[in-house]
Every structure is written in structure tokens, then in C-alpha cells.
Design a protein around this ligand. Structure first.
Ligand SMILES: [Mg+2]
Length: 369
């Protein structure tokens, strides 16, 4: 079998009302998705999404004519493209979708078949007043979630702690609570400084008191010494690595004792081919590996296959914060949204590949390139 073409299309879903992501100072008035299709001479097609494929144009001939199952070869080429141009990891995800379709097996089985399910945590994306956040937490519980991640981005961490306390007071121990501090990176247009170690330490002590499961991105991504010291000073787990680009950076973060929870996203970093290496490193160091998944539903599905297949994670991120971040928005390229079951698990099917299908009508209606 040979790859005959790689087709890339761009789509834009208008967001009205806009989505105010807590980590972004600009209201989001649209949500873009890029669809990657790998075509073959036998008519089987691999599909994926989750990043913009910026920098891929002109590199198609490196893949056309190749055996689609030479995934390690393709991974090395994509790593080179990332170094010289941009992140094009949805192509790796599309190749895994294709490999599953060729084998007649779901990707999670090709990766090791550890489980077909992982418990989801609801990953909120907005900042709400304490009472409204507590109401939202109850709604998550009613929908089956057993864990919730809330955002610390109100400008004054005491206000963030007040919101966290309101949730804990309302739900008690019925929800595990995670906190995302989002100090690891900034949007292109945001120039404000990240927290210092002493800033993060004050917040971490409050999280210990309230019983938070993990504290995510408490420091700038390069502050490895700060992460290591913070991890030693408090009991709360330290999570990070969602936008860390290189596999060797994960090697160093793990070797230096910076993290308890390792969180790369297969759509943004390394694809499945790269991140299964990181998952193995995390397992060898007795750390939790659980991907960041905040792209679109196809990216969530790809990360779910990776997590279920080989990672044995306690929870996986499930971006969901209705009404601002609904499944209809998050999963707009897909014919059916990814949901959780009554016990709060993402359950993957036995369909070959990733198991998702495109909503071609909606993709046609939202196409911008
Ligand atoms: Mg995060």
C-alpha cells in the first residue's frame, strides 16, 4: 500500500456568543479546525485533526509514495519538519487512524490494548463567580463526572482560592478537584509575567489545605528548578508539559524531578508516535501520564486512544464547560460528539482506527481554505 495524497482543509466555526477562555486575554469569536486526510492507492483513508498544520505546505512529497505503515520513518520526518517549520502532528494521528483501518483494529489495541476506557475529568475553561462555579460543579456531578479542573486566572489568587473553596464546600469529596494555573506559556499577544516560585508556593499551600489532586503549570515552563523545589515543598501533585515541544525536554523534566503528572498532547506534541515514548518514560519513573486535550473532539479522541492503550491514567482531560464550551462547539467536525458514560468514563469502541466520522456537511459549511 502506498500513500497517494495528503489533503488538508481548514474550517472556522463562528462563536456567538464568544468564548472567554481563562488563559486568553482575547475573547474567542471563532474556533478553527484543520482536517488532515491521508489517501492511499487502496482507497483506505486516515483522518485526524487538532492543530493547524502550519508549515506543512510543500512537504507532501516526503510522504507520497511511501508505505503508510512506516510510522517510525514518518515520525522522524515530522520531527524534522517541527524543528525547521511548525508542528504538524495531526498527520501522525491520521497515520495511526489509517494503520487501525488497515489492521481492522482500534488504535488503542494497536498501542497495547490496556483498556478501552479512561475516567474523564471535566476541564472547565471559563472563570465564574464562586456560587456559579459551585452550581456548575453540581451539574458536572449530575452528568457523571468524578473530577473537575478549575482555572486560576482571576488576577488575585485569593479570589481564585475563594472560588475553589466554594466548590469544595458544595460538593465535598464527591469530586476530585484539579487546578490549572496556566503559568507555563502565554498566547502570542499576551506579555504579562508568570508567577514566581514564592507566588506559586502560597497558592500551593492553599491547595494542600483544600485537598486538590493536582496543581497544573504553576510556573513558567523553563523554570525546572522552581518546579522541582515546589514539588519538594508541598504534597500536592505538580502537573505540566502540555505545550512542551521536544521529547528530550520531557526526558529532562522527568530526570530532574520536576513533575508528578506529565501532560503532553498528541495533537500538539509528538503525535502518538512521540508520546508513547514519553508515556514509557513516565511509567519508568512512576509518574502519571495523562494528556492535555484542549483542541477539538478529534484531538480528544486521539489522546484517549493513547491513554487507554498504554497509560493506565487515573483521569484524562475532557474539555467541557457549557454553555460557553459545549460538545457542539468542541466536536463540530465530528458526526457524533465524544461523550462520557454514566460513571464518568470515556469508552472507546472497537471500530477500526480512531473510530470517529466526519460531519462532511458541517465541514463544507465551515470551510475557509
Ligand atoms: Mg493546562
Amino acid at each position: 500500500m502506498k500513500i497517494t495524497a495528503i489533503e488538508i482543509t481548514h474550517h472556522r466555526l463562528p462563536l456567538d456568543p464568544p468564548f472567554n477562555a481563562s488563559w486568553d486575554t482575547r475573547p474567542r469569536t471563532h474556533f478553527d479546525a484543520t482536517i488532515v486526510r491521508v489517501k492511499t492507492d487502496e482507497g483506505i483513508e486516515g483522518i485526524a485533526s487538532g492543530d493547524t498544520m502550519t508549515g506543512f505546505a510543500g512537504h507532501e512529497p516526503m510522504f507520497v509514495g511511501q508505505d503508510p505503515l512506516a510510522i517510525e520513518r514518518h515520525y522522524r520526518i515530522l520531527s524534522n519538519i517541527q524543528f525547521h517549520y511548525g508542528r504538524c502532528w495531526p498527520l501522525d494521528l491520521a497515520l495511526w487512524d489509517l494503520a487501525g483501518k488497515i489492521a481492522g483494529q482500534p488504535v488503542w489495541k494497536l498501542l497495547g490494548g490496556l483498556s478501552d476506557r479512561v475516567r474523564a475529568y471535566a476541564s472547565s475553561g471559563t472563570l465564574r463567580a464562586p456560587a456559579a462555579l459551585a452550581d456548575a460543579a453540581e451539574a458536572y456531578l449530575a452528568q457523571g463526572f468524578k473530577a473537575l479542573k478549575i482555572r486560576f486566572h482571576r488576577g488575585d489568587w485569593r479570589a481564585d482560592v475563594a472560588a475553589l473553596e466554594a466548590v469544595r464546600a458544595r460538593v465535598g469529596d464527591r469530586l476530585e478537584l484539579m487546578v490549572d494555573c496556566n503559568q507555563g506559556w502565554r498566547m502570542s499577544w499576551d506579555a504579562y509575567a508568570p508567577w514566581s516560585l514564592k507566588d506559586a508556593l502560597q497558592v500551593a499551600r492553599e491547595m494542600e489545605r483544600i485537598g486538590v489532586y493536582w496543581m497544573e503549570e504553576p510556573l513558567f515552563r523553563a523554570d525546572r528548578d522552581g518546579m522541582r523545589r515546589l514539588r519538594e515543598m508541598v504534597d500536592v501533585r505538580i502537573a505540566g508539559g502540555e505545550m512542551t515541544r521536544e521529547i528530550y525536554e520531557f526526558r529532562d523534566l522527568i530526570r530532574d524531578g520536576c513533575l508528578d503528572v506529565v501532560q503532553p498532547d498528541a495533537a500538539l506534541v509528538g503525535g502518538i508516535s512521540g508520546l508513547r515514548r514519553v508515556a514509557a518514560m513516565a511509567e519508568a519513573a512512576n509518574l502519571v501520564f495523562t494528556p492535555h486535550t484542549w483542541t477539538n473532539g478529534m484531538g480528544v479522541v486521539a489522546n484517549a486512544h493513547l491513554t487507554c492503550g498504554l497509560a493506565d491514567a487515573p483521569f484524562m482531560e475532557f474539555p467541557f464547560d457549557p454553555p460557553e464550551w459545549s460538545l457542539d462547539r468542541r466536536d463540530f467536525p465530528m458526526r457524533a460528539p465524544l461523550t462520557i458514560d454514566a460513571d464518568g468514563f470515556v469508552v472507546l469502541s472497537d471500530r477500526p482506527g480512531m473510530g470517529y466520522e466526519l460531519d462532511e456537511d458541517r465541514l463544507a459549511a465551515t470551510r475557509i481554505g
